[in-house]
Design a protein around this ligand. Structure first.
Ligand SMILES: [Zn+2]
Length: 434
């Protein structure tokens, strides 16, 4: 359903602000050809461009192209069947069961571009903000390219998944009644860019390896600051908002930052306490721009960690992917004799254990409050899946423990020292089960 223009008309554009971000400046570049190769590409890359300050991902991509290495892609073309099926799926983009993995395959790895473009169209944002379609397309292509394809979890499919979840939340009655077109634009943009150029390792890793980003952002929300500044860089490079008054553009960038910075999981309690306080006092007024912005922050936080609230088949895939990324970091830490970060040691963790703790201490508290705020069928569905998925992982852990016990009973009991030895031999490096 396309929203009628009537509810959008007369909505205020973003509040003006004199604040200017001090992020990385990407100069505008004219004359890039329209994207057409698959997966979509932002265009040919010159040696001059490589010398510019690029994201990690585009630097790698650029140097590969310059060396004549064509990007690997399992599907070389899409026929009309695939495109038709992808379009068909978009008709149900508001469904909580939306399978982003299938959608990504049907769009030949272009789920983020296609989904975000569809939602911009759906809300009439292109007309409302008088966006240039070519600039928008180019911007979305660059956003998708700046996600690292090789990251098992923090890649463009995760960004597309978060954007789809964000759309589901924007459709919730309390939000859809009160959000302005500017709120919607920012919510979708923040979801699509919230992990831009994620290196596949966490902040403690960047700090202990003296990464320049850790120094640049003084060890505070290092990744989130980088995602935001990267998004600002692409907005400026694509000149998507260059036709808007400069103060509006700067205000958009600031609000985008405030949304992306809220996804820093280490600040979870801060946001959750504030949310709880508002709900206890029943003082959230969505006519108030500040309160609407806070709700967008909470919605983005929910969208970012909603994997355990999806149906089991989807949720399980995400759990395995995020664990693979953690263990990969752990393997690098071991290789370089660094202290292995919590959750990253494949010998002492497993997918199920990580998930149960994550659900209990992070996801459940957040979604319980969200359900208090938005007591709808969707909220109940999410809590329902959360409970089922937790029970699923617990059942699997119990089965594994039972099987291990049976094996122990069948074998001669080892002495403590030989038991330790056996454990370390049985469990290979990178094993997901422990
Ligand atoms: Zn994320």
């Amino acid at each position: 359903m396309v929203h009628s223009a009537s509810w959008l008309k007369g909505r205020p554009l973003c509040q003006l602000s004199a604040w200017a971000p001090s992020g990385i400046q990407h100069k505008g570049e004219q004359g890039r050809p329209d994207p057409c190769p698959q997966p979509e590409s932002a265009g040919p890359v010159s040696a001059r461009k490589i010398r510019r300050l690029l994201s990690f991902q585009r630097y790698l991509h650029s140097s590969r192209v310059c060396r004549g290495v064509t990007p690997q892609n399992p599907l070389h073309f899409l026929d009309h069947d695939y495109t038709g099926q992808a379009k068909c799926m978009l008709e149900k983009v508001g469904s909580w069961n939306f399978d982003i993995f299938i959608f990504d395959r049907l769009t030949n790895g272009n789920s983020l571009i296609n989904l975000t473009f569809h939602l911009f169209n759906h809300y009439g944002l292109i007309e409302l903000f008088q966006l240039d379609m070519v600039k928008l397309r180019r911007f979305l292509v660059m956003v998708q390219e700046d996600y690292h394809r090789q990251n098992p979890y923090h890649n463009a499919v995760h960004a597309a998944d978060v954007t789809q979840a964000m759309y589901c939340y924007l459709q919730e009655p309390k939000l859809s009644k009160s959000l302005t077109s500017c709120d919607i634009l920012l919510g979708l943009l923040a979801a699509a860019t919230h992990d831009l150029d994620h290196p596949g390792v966490n902040q403690p890793f960047l700090i202990k390896t003296n990464h320049y980003l850790a120094a640049l952002y003084q060890n505070t929300s290092v990744l989130e600051n980088h995602h935001w500044r990267s998004a600002v860089g692409l907005l400026r490079e694509s000149r998507l908002f260059s036709h808007l008054p400069s103060e509006d553009g700067l205000n958009m960038e600031r609000q985008l930052g405030s949304l992306i910075l809220a996804t820093d999981i280490s600040r979870q309690n801060e946001y959750l306490s504030k949310f709880r306080e508002h709900l206890d006092k029943e003082d959230l007024l969505l006519g108030n721009a500040g309160h609407r912005h806070f709700i967008l922050q909470m919605a983005l936080k929910c969208a970012d960690i909603c994997n355990p609230c999806r149906p089991w088949e989807l949720s399980k895939q995400w759990s395995e992917k995020v664990t693979e990324e953690f263990f990969h970091q752990g393997d690098i830490e071991k290789k370089h004799k660094l202290e292995v970060s919590p959750l990253c040691d494949s010998q002492t963790n497993s997918v199920g254990k990580i998930q149960i703790d994550f659900m209990t201490y992070v996801v459940e508290p957040l979604f319980a409050e969200w359900a208090r705020f938005s007591d709808t069928r969707l909220s109940q569905t999410m809590l329902g899946y959360l409970g089922l998925n937790k029970a699923g992982w617990s059942g699997m852990l119990q089965e594994q423990a039972g099987a291990a016990e049976e094996t122990d009973l069948g074998a001669p009991s080892p002495t403590p020292s030989s038991a330790e030895e056996t454990d370390s031999k049985v469990l290979p490096q990178g094993s997901k089960e422990s």
